[in-house]
Design a protein around this ligand. Structure first.
Ligand code: FAD
Length: 507
């Protein structure tokens, strides 16, 4: 339905909140437009001019800013360009969103460029009386500050909302008012806060302006891979979009949650697989929280109650990482623990790196994970830890190189959780695993994939047991197609610990 051009217009800017349900900015924009107004919903493919964004962050705490060893600013405040798998996801997520909006009378407008210019220009173009968005907590929030002041200077209201985190970073702090650096007390503090608000229903109708607003053609953004089209495994595995996210949540509540105590076993399909849906905001943490919380109040008992608490604490890790990035904008570029700046990484051997990326290291659990990642855009959490530890510790490759590969290949690649977890494995992050904890892929496989179901799914040419012991003659049988390990796990573990000692000696 369309309204005359003289009516008030709300501009709703969607980012990592590609959903209609539980979308406070969308609801507020529709309410502000009222019965006689119109709503323009826009998504901007951000291609920023980094020079436009202010440094440093006013919102970072005094303590973090004054850490002398750290530069308190990241290399750039520009939104991080999406990796290949994320671009694929975005294309399909926007397609799904456009169709949901159309079903209630709306239109999705697509624009590309520097949001700091695009949003104010579009606001003027459509005569917006107010601009609405849900807050983000990444370095790109600097962009939002610029836009807010530009809009207000030209007399346009700008309103932002909490939608994508249960607890905004500045609402959770230690007794002395500083950000938490350890997860357990952080999550305890979150749980002692008022319950997260109930999710908002999806709007039933949207009214668009009488004159159609120009939009890019999604295909012109070239988000999908071509020549070669490497996305067939992604298509087999995923259905991006809000409806699919809700279906995943229901399936998890019905089947996965009761068995979530087996979450570390990669061949068991008990994990929720919600991470890319959460990453793109096709579902909100409020929806997830309330669905699980209401199940535990009404349906669950015994072990399932523990499972629900454990699952919600994983949602807590997502929040914790977001909070870390908020206070440490350099998270992706620099070690959180400055002593790691002296770590003697080996010069990267391109053959070894390629073997890791392509799942050809000869270490079955690592290869299974890396092949799963390449094919599906996801990797089981336990295997991510093992594969990351192998790169960082057995190959002595700087964690930033692994982080960049995951950024490009994961459909859930997240600006906070990806570097946060890589630094966790490296031992250089907050509340990190101690560096000397070197995951042994053989022991991990024996414990979490004892029948080698997961390994055999992804490394079918491997003939051996879960611990990586080859059947006699297996290599000859397969014509040597599965490589021998590229490094000796025991020797490289010793070398990793020696490198750690060398770093400590420098400190
Ligand atoms: P579930 O077990 O069902 O957990 C539910 C939700 O909790 C997840 O969807 C996710 O949003 C959150 N969550 C669970 N574990 C973590 C964690 N350790 N850190 C942060 N959030 C968590 N997760 C990402 O979302 N994006 C990333 O870029 C990312 N990179 C990672 C890199 C490494 C090296 C490692 C070790 C972990 C990484 N993780 C990342 C965390 C974790 O592996 C995934 O969130 C999880 O595997 C997603 O599967 P799921 O949705 O089935 O998880």
């Amino acid at each position: 339905m369309s309204k005359p051009d003289s009516s008030p217009v709300s501009l709703v800017w969607l980012r990592n909140d590609l959903r209609l349900e539980d979308n406070p900015a969308l609801v507020a924009g529709i309410e502000a437009a009222g019965d006689h107004g119109a709503v323009v919903v826009v998504y901007v493919l951000e291609e920023p001019d980094a020079a436009e964004y202010p440094l440093p962050f006013q919102s970072a705490s005094q303590e973090e800013n004054s850490e002398e060893a750290r530069q308190s600013v990241p290399n750039s405040n520009a939104p991080r360009p999406l990796g290949g798998a994320s671009r694929w996801w975005l294309h399909h997520s926007l397609t799904a969103l456009a169709s949901s909006l159309r079903a209630i009378g709306g239109e999705l407008v697509l624009r590309r460029g520097n949001a700091a210019s695009v949003i104010p220009e579009l606001a003027h173009e459509v005569n917006a009386t107010g601009v609405y968005w849900n807050r983000r907590y990444t370095n790109a929030r600097a962009v939002d500050g610029v836009i807010k002041s530009r809009l207000r200077t030209s007399g346009i209201d700008a309103h932002s909302f909490q939608a994508n985190l249960l607890h905004e970073p500045w609402t959770v702090s230690t007794g002395s008012g500083t950000p938490f650096r350890v997860f357990t007390p952080y999550w305890r503090a979150c749980l002692s806060r008022p319950l997260p608000r109930a999710p908002l229903p999806a709007p039933e109708r949207i009214t668009t302006p009488l004159t159609a607003v120009a939009s890019d053609d999604l295909s012109s953004w070239n988000l999908l891979p071509q020549n070669p089209d490497w996305a067939s495994g992604l298509r087999e595995t995923w259905q991006p979009g809000e409806q699919a996210a809700l279906t995943r949540l229901s399936a998890f509540l019905e089947v996965g949650l009761a068995s979530y105590h087996r979450r570390d076993e990669p061949s068991e399909a008990v994990n929720s697989m919600l991470s890319p849906h959460l990453r793109f905001g096709e579902i909100s943490p409020f929806q997830v929280w309330h669905a699980v919380d209401s199940a535990r109040r009404t349906e669950l008992s015994g072990q399932s109650l523990d499972n629900a608490a454990k699952f919600l604490s994983e949602i807590g890790w997502r929040e914790f990482n977001a909070s870390i990035l908020f206070y440490m904008p350099y998270l992706r570029d620099q070690n959180v623990r400055p002593e790691f700046d002296a770590f003697p990484w080996k010069e990267t051997d391109p053959h070894q790196l390629k073997a890791w990326q392509t799942g050809q290291t000869g270490v079955p659990l690592v290869d299974a994970g890396m092949r799963e990642l390449w094919h599906t855009g996801i990797m089981h959490n336990r295997v991510r830890m093992v594969a990351a530890s192998f790169l960082i510790k057995n190959l002595l490759v700087d964690w930033r190189i692994g982080e960049a590969w995951f950024w490009d290949t994961l459909v859930d690649a997240d600006e906070a959780s990806n570097p946060g977890n890589w630094q966790w494995v490296a031992g250089s992050g907050v509340d990190a695993a101690p560096y000397f904890r070197v995951f042994n892929p053989e022991t991990q496989a024996k414990k979490f994939d004892p029948e080698a179901h997961y390994i055999q799914r992804w490394v079918p040419e491997f003939e051996g047991d879960a611990a990586g012991k080859r059947a006699p003659g297996a290599e000859t049988l397969f014509g040597g197609s599965y490589p021998a390990p590229i490094v000796d796990l025991r020797e490289t573990r010793v070398a990793a610990l020696a490198a750690y000692d060398e770093m400590r000696a420098v400190g």
